[in-house]
Design a protein around this ligand. Structure first.
Ligand code: HEM
Ligand SMILES: *[C@@H]1O[C@H](CO)[C@@H](O)[C@H](O)[C@H]1NC(C)=O
Ligand SMILES: *[C@@H]1O[C@H](CO)[C@@H](O)[C@H](O)[C@H]1NC(C)=O
Ligand SMILES: *[C@@H]1O[C@H](CO)[C@@H](O)[C@H](O)[C@H]1NC(C)=O
Length: 336
């Protein structure tokens, strides 16, 4: 008896909430949401198992961190965070996403890191933890290892049953895009300009191959023979370092030449000094709606870390498959 009024009072707001949720995302209404406790009963040590494997891999191969961070981004932007990017072209007759990205040279150590974590998890809790969740956890762990922010990762992503090279085109930003075009692409994934600028701060670590910015330093019409947005001494150093890149396309340059291995705000400090390596980095500084955030992060590491952590959680929710969508793959590098 005493419970009835309480229940009625509770029910009304709940009904309103449900109606609002249904109206705002009718299509996704049935899919359960990600949760930090998703594997609490089925694989309680999942985070510890992933972090141990990933930390060991990073110690052995220090390029793992940047590669994995980039892999996570690409996974989420092409058909959602569903591990479709991990499928090896060797594992199937069809051409998976990874085949379209050969020029983007997705890094082998990052794939290996996920495969190792998956092997450890299949031993501990067979058939339970998705490859998509492993990639999200690995990216988070590695940001922390490099000195960046630590943040929670909601879990419960399911893995794709397909991976198609044709899905890549149009879903990833290219270095020749304007900041406005990049903002439009990110918006199509539910990511704001502020979150986009924070995520681009990932270019505080890792490398780019010379081919990705060669157009800025060779055969450039105009004074100095390089993109005028580049610091002249930096441009000269790049011209020298990349001189052989056509015969050896593996030549690559640190994205952040000041503190290449630290996850810090140096990426933003570099931009006004003409030390942004990619044309897309320079573009973020030129476009006022994105520049405001780059300026803020350049002067305030705390602001960058807070926003990066929030933006990574948003990125990790893009297009996720949950509940009865997708599968938990037995292998991350194959569809079966
Ligand atoms: C905003 C638009 C973006 C563009 C145009 C872009 C483009 C690129 C390009 C061309 C490279 C060089 C790849 C290579 O030569 O191997 C690169 C590297 C990288 N990108 Fe981005 N990217 C963008 C945003 C992001 C975001 C949002 C993240 C992650 C949150 C990210 C993480 C990375 C990392 C960590 C590397 C270094 C990879 C390594 O060392 O293996 N990028 N990016
Ligand atoms: C890869 O690069 C080669 C040579 O630069 C180019 O001909 C080819 O079109 C590129 N492929 C893709 C998928 O971008
Ligand atoms: C950007 O480069 C891609 C190839 O990497 C090309 O297909 C596209 O047309 C270019 N876009 C612009 C605006 O130049
Ligand atoms: C830096 O950003 C943080 C978080 O947004 C804020 O609380 C702090 O006041 C900022 N510091 C300065 C010096 O602006």
């Amino acid at each position: 008896m005493a419970g009835a009024p309480l229940r009625r009072r509770l029910l009304l707001p709940l009904a309103l909430l449900a109606a609002a949720a249904a109206a705002s995302c009718a299509a996704a209404a049935k899919a359960p949401r990600l949760s930090p406790n998703y594997y609490r009963r089925s694989c309680p040590r999942v985070e510890r198992i992933v972090s141990d494997v990933i930390a060991a891999k990073q110690r052995a191969n220090p390029s793992t961190a940047a590669g994995t961070l980039r892999l996570f981004f690409h996974d989420c932007f092409v058909n959602g965070c569903d591990a479709s990017v991990l499928v090896s072209p060797l594992s199937s007759d069809a051409s998976p996403e990874r085949a379209a990205e050969i020029n983007l040279s997705l890094p082998g150590d990052a794939f290996d890191a996920v495969d190792r974590a998956k092997a450890a998890l299949e031993a501990a809790c067979p058939g339970v933890v998705s490859c998509a969740d492993i990639l999200a956890l690995a990216a988070r762990d590695l940001v922390g290892i490099l000195g960046g922010p630590r943040f929670p990762v909601a879990l419960g992503r399911r893995d794709a049953r397909r991976s198609d090279a044709r899905d890549v085109e149009g879903n990833l930003p290219r270095t020749n895009m304007s900041a406005r075009a990049m903002a439009r692409l990110f918006a199509s994934k539910g990511i704001t300009p502020r979150e986009m600028v924070a995520l681009a701060g990932a270019h505080t670590v890792g490398f780019s191959h010379c081919g990705e910015f060669a157009h800025r330093i060779y055969g450039y019409r105009g004074a100095g023979g390089h993109d005028p947005r580049l610091n002249p001494e930096f441009a000269l150093a790049l011209q020298r370092s990349c001189a052989g890149y056509r015969s050896d396309p593996t030549v690559s340059i640190f994205n952040d030449i000041v503190t290449p291995r630290d996850f810090d705000e140096a990426y933003y400090k570099n931009l006004p000094r003409g030390l942004g390596l990619l044309a897309s980095d320079a573009a973020l500084w030129e476009y006022p709606p994105t520049r405001v955030f780059a300026e803020r992060y350049a002067g305030n590491r705390t602001a960058f870390f807070e926003d990066f952590a929030a933006a990574m959680q948003r990125l990790g929710a893009v297009g996720v498959k949950t509940g009865r969508q997708g599968v938990v793959r037995r292998r991350c590098d194959a569809l079966d």
